[in-house]
Write a protein that binds this ligand. Structure first.
Ligand code: NAD
Ligand code: MG
Length: 342
């Protein structure tokens, strides 16, 4: 299934942030008729217009589409569904999400006549666009929650191909599996795990009297070199490139850090995702104005490793040529690079 075969749904992309922009551009380049739905005067409206899209209000875009891609932040989707999508979406249309959160946790109960699918690229929007432009694509997973038309899977695969995902390997999943594994990955390993590991390692060296700059190189900068090896060829490839001393230290000392306690904490993280504790907490936090979230985020931004890193990266001339991801739309504290989102 690809974008050039048989049924060509008219697509409305609601939201033009990290994923929205990448999906809209890739789908258009794949030959789909794409309209972007945005609140007039919203923060990304000018960007979508500058990229040459027809921009309509969300209700008008929804009313005019065969497939509606909901690419606003997760925490605004339930209200958006109730107030804009459900009243305007065509009977029998397809509702598409890039993350299963709201459907899986019962925040959105889609109308019975709709097809409801998930297409989740396993990468931030800027990468989804960049990989498409160079003829590759990031892996994507897809799922069908509700198949009212009998062609829900076909639509999900067409969309997946349109954003460049199917060129690689589109793996079928479920809303439950995508939601729970995505949350676990970003909490325990990718975002929460990795950054807290970096900060704790840096603090350990600095507390022991080593130079903060040296600690930065050892605990943050060099992580990229290791991650690149893991990405290219797994742990096997890392072992091929690091010294025997590094390997012996890895194999004997890694388990000091990721010990039985750390594993028990990972199981706790997963249990709180599975039983809905995390989702309820996040929804309540958002509804109450995000005071706790903002304070925690500010502490991350104010961590002393950030000042050290800004100074050292200032001398890394090659970073000037690194692709600059667009700042994320209205960030609760201050703009964050979308590359940082999972
Ligand atoms: P984002 O914060 O980057 O962008 C959100 C967009 O929605 C902006 O254009 C914003 O102006 C618009 N918006 C906000 N409120 C709106 C409203 N009420 N009505 C209309 N538009 C509104 O969001 P994102 O990070 O791209 O996330 C979108 C979806 O993609 C989420 O479901 C997320 O879980 C999923 N996802 C994100 C990533 C990622 O790397 N960022 C990866 C995979 C899946
Ligand atoms: Mg995620």
């Amino acid at each position: 299934m690809n974008a050039t075969t048989a049924f060509q749904p008219k697509i409305a992309v609601i939201g033009y942030g990290s994923q929205g922009r990448a999906h809209a551009l890739n789908l258009r380049d794949s030959g789909f008729d794409v309209t972007v739905g945005l609140r007039p005067g919203g923060p990304t409206e000018q960007k979508a217009k500058a990229d040459g899209f027809k921009v309509k209000t969300p209700d008008a875009a929804v009313a005019d589409a065969d497939l509606v891609a909901v690419l606003t932040p997760d925490m605004v989707q339930a209200q958006l569904y109730r107030t804009v999508i459900e009243p305007h979406i065509r009977v029998g249309a397809c509702l598409l999400f890039a993350h299963g959160f709201n459907v899986h946790y019962g925040q959105i109960a889609p109308r019975a006549d709709l097809d409801v699918v998930l297409v989740a690229p396993k990468g931030p929007g800027a990468l989804v666009r960049r990989e498409y432009e160079i003829g590759r694509g990031v892996p994507a997973v897809y799922a069908v929650h509700q198949d009212s038309s009998g062609r829900a899977e076909q639509l999900a695969l067409a969309y997946c191909g349109g954003i460049g995902g199917a060129r690689q390997n589109a793996i079928r999943t479920t809303f439950k599996e995508e939601t729970e594994t995505d949350l676990f990955g970003e909490q325990a390993v990718l975002c929460g795990g990795a950054t807290k590991l970096v900060q704790a390692g840096w603090e350990t060296l600095v507390e022991a009297g080593y130079q903060p700059e040296i600690a930065y190189y050892e605990c943050l900068h060099e992580l990229k070199l290791i991650v690149d090896l893991l990405y290219e060829g797994g742990i096997t490839r890392m072992h091929e490139f690091i010294s025997e001393t590094a390997q012996y230290g890895d194999l004997t000392r890694g388990p000091y850090v990721i010990d039985e306690h750390a594993r028990a904490q990972m199981r706790k993280i997963l249990a709180e995702i599975q039983d809905g504790t995390f989702a309820r907490q996040w929804i309540a936090e958002y509804a109450a104005g995000n005071a706790h979230y903002k304070a925690l985020k500010q502490a991350d931004l104010d961590h002393p490793i950030e000042a050290v890193g800004r100074k050292l990266r200032g001398a890394m001339k090659w970073l000037d040529n690194a692709p600059k991801p667009a700042a994320k739309a209205p960030a609760p504290v201050s703009p964050q690079p979308e590359e940082a989102a999972a």
